[in-house]
Design a protein around this ligand. Structure first.
Ligand code: TYD
Length: 134
């Protein structure tokens, strides 16, 4: 069984003088972006995330540095490492995720399909397992 995530390797435009990457709905982004946020200044052993979202889809892009993302659908787990600005990780709704092993200079850009709503978060893993297995 495959999990509802996808590694999207996209085009980087440019040359030795400089580069540019674009994400666009229907081209290399499967949803309409309503929100963007980024995680930076992450100290050593920190892990972020550790939650699932009932309604949000995400694209994660390490626009600087690198980090790892552990994805869990309640049945199996996968680890993806993002190491460049032209690879995006797509995450569907209802996946448990944890971001960790941030490099000292890491900036993780997150594009989301929803406005922020704390009520769509599941922050307790046992609650997540109950909901996802129903
Ligand atoms: P939080 O979800 O706890 O981060 P993590 O991914 O590490 O679990 O978010 C940290 C804080 O930022 C929290 O106070 C909520 C706020 N926040 C927003 O206001 N808007 C957003 O889009 C996000 C993702 C977080």
């Amino acid at each position: 069984m495959s999990m509802n995530y996808k590694v999207i390797n996209t085009k980087s435009f440019g040359d030795e003088q400089g580069r540019l990457v674009s994400f666009e709905k229907g081209v290399n982004c499967p949803f309409e972006v309503k929100r963007a946020f980024y995680i930076y200044d992450t100290k050593g052993e920190t892990s972020r995330g550790c939650h699932a979202n009932r309604n949000s889809e995400f694209l994660l892009i390490a626009i600087n540095g690198s980090c790892k993302i552990k994805i869990d659908d309640g049945k199996s787990k996968e680890i993806i490492e993002l190491t460049n600005p032209y690879t995006a990780l797509y995450l569907d709704k209802m996946l448990w995720k944890e971001m960790y092993d941030f490099s000292h200079n890491a900036i993780l850009l997150v594009l989301a399909s929803t406005n922020y709503d704390e009520h769509e978060y599941i922050r307790n893993y046992d609650d997540y397992l109950k909901e996802v297995n129903n």
